[in-house]
Design a protein. Structure first.
Length: 297
């Protein structure tokens, strides 16, 4: 797929985006959920090798195709890795008509003003150049809003767009992820502030360019309709945010034009001990459920 074909694939949104981007801090938890305990690996290299095996098993499954999955978000090591046949993972995804994205953020600062901003990304230009070289379409970066604090929300959304414009200039499509915590005591108010700030920041996007947004499924269905319909927004996707697959899909289906970009919701029932047939059947069940919710609107 070339850039125009990948843009069309995301725009049509007939499916969902798989989030396969667990990084160093979240990898042990992801492996434990997959049934691989810390006693089974020693050091970061072995840990990352284990998670790469898991991701390759997913990507190589006959159930993991562009028929119901429009994109996949990769951790940098995964982007640089290959499948068992030696094909680079981004190329393998494109061969399955799945659009590759790269997670570029480097973690977050401690909470201030009810929010967590991203840490600096000093190598962002180099990351983007390497991603383009490997045929990656876009990026993803996450910060978190914990409470409806006007300053905190404004700071998060502004920072997301600051980095987003740098990524656009590098020739990639940024997926901006200002997550609103499901644990927030002022979640609906935070989402209203997020929408207002996001629409304001969209004025900074140059004509002819588009960004994506990855957002928590809102308390009030269709809260983000104005973003979804914005001409400079390629797609608005939903994070599962700690919801179970069932709960995330139920809530997502209430939102017209919003598709899933789930990690936990996709992976929660996969286990290393499953036979290939069991693994594929479990993956197929999750894919079907998430796909149905993504196209429900």
């Amino acid at each position: 797929m070339n850039t125009a074909e990948m843009t069309a694939k995301i725009a049509e949104g007939n499916g969902f985006i798989a989030a396969l981007d667990q990084s160093g801090g979240s990898t042990p938890k992801a492996l434990a959920g997959y049934g691989i305990e810390e006693s089974e690996w020693s050091g970061d290299e072995e840990m990352f090798a284990k998670i790469h095996e898991m991701r390759c098993r997913i990507v190589e499954s006959d159930e993991f195709t562009g028929e119901k999955i429009v994109g996949a978000i990769l951790f940098e090591r995964t982007m640089e890795g290959c499948n068992p046949d030696g094909m680079p993972i981004p190329e393998r995804l494109r061969s399955k008509s799945i659009v590759p994205f790269l997670k570029v953020d480097k973690g977050m600062h401690d909470e201030a003003n009810g929010a967590q901003l991203m840490k600096d990304i000093p190598e962002l230009d180099a990351q983007c150049a390497r991603a383009r070289e490997l045929g990656v379409f876009g990026t993803k970066m996450r910060s978190v809003i914990h409470e409806a604090d006007e300053q905190g929300v404004a700071d998060v959304v502004r920072q997301q767009m600051d980095f987003g414009l740098q990524i656009l200039n590098a020739g990639l499509v940024p997926m901006l992820e200002p997550e609103v915590s499901l644990k927030s005591n002022s979640r609906a108010q935070a989402e209203a502030l997020l929408l207002a700030n996001a629409l304001e920041q969209m004025d900074r996007v140059p004509e002819g360019k588009q960004v994506m947004w990855k957002l928590t499924i809102p308390v009030e269905p269709n809260t983000y309709a104005a973003l979804i319909e914005h001409p400079k927004v390629l797609k608005v996707v939903a994070l599962s945010g700690g919801y179970s697959t069932e709960d995330a899909c139920r809530e997502l289906a209430k939102n017209k034009g919003m598709i899933a970009s789930f990690s936990r919701g996709l992976l929660q029932d996969l286990r290393a001990s499953q036979s290939d047939a069991e693994f594929d059947a479990t993956l197929a069940g999750a894919i079907d459920t998430i796909y149905a919710a993504s196209v429900a609107g």
